[in-house]
Design a binder for this molecule. Structure first.
Ligand SMILES: [Zn+2]
Length: 130
C-alpha cells in the first residue's frame, strides 16, 4: 500500500472503463475564468468545469469526474445490501413456515461467509445531483 499520491488520478470511465484524458485548463476570453475538460476517448463521455484559476479548475474537474466514476460501484453496493436484507427476511419467513429447512441454512451460511448477515449501521447515502 503506497500512500504517496502527489496528484489525483483520473478514474476509468464509468460507462466503458477507458482511461480518460484531461484537456485544458485554458482561459475563456479575457474574463479570468478557466475551463478544463475530462473526456473519455472510448465513448466520448465528458465533463467540464470552470473556475477562477488554473489549479482550482483542474482539481474541480478531476474531483467531479472521479465522483461520477465511483457512482456505479456505490449503486451496486446498495443493490447488494438490499438483496441481502431481502434474503434475510426470506430466511426468517422460511424458518417460520418450515423450521430447520435446508435452504434457509444454506442461505444463512452464504450470508455469513460473505459478511452480509446483518448490517446494524445501515448508512444513509446522500444523493449528489450533477
Ligand atoms: Zn467511456
Amino acid at each position: 500500500m503506497t500512500q504517496q499520491q502527489p496528484q489525483q488520478q483520473l478514474l476509468p470511465c464509468p460507462f466503458c472503463g477507458t482511461v480518460p484524458r484531461m484537456t485544458g485548463p485554458w482561459e475563456i476570453g479575457t474574463s479570468d475564468t478557466y475551463e478544463a475538460v475530462v473526456e473519455c476517448p472510448g465513448c466520448e463521455a465528458q465533463i467540464s468545469r470552470q473556475a477562477a484559476s488554473r489549479n482550482t479548475v483542474q482539481k474541480a474537474v478531476e474531483e467531479i469526474w472521479n465522483v461520477r466514476s465511483q457512482a456505479p460501484e456505490k449503486a451496486l453496493q446498495r443493490q447488494m445490501d438490499d438483496m441481502a436484507l431481502l434474503m434475510r427476511r426470506l430466511v426468517q419467513s422460511l424458518n417460520k413456515a418450515a423450521p430447520g429447512h435446508e435452504r434457509a441454512k444454506a442461505a444463512l451460511d452464504y450470508l455469513k461467509r460473505h459478511g452480509l448477515q446483518g448490517n446494524p449501521l445501515r448508512t444513509t447515502t446522500q444523493e449528489q445531483s450533477t
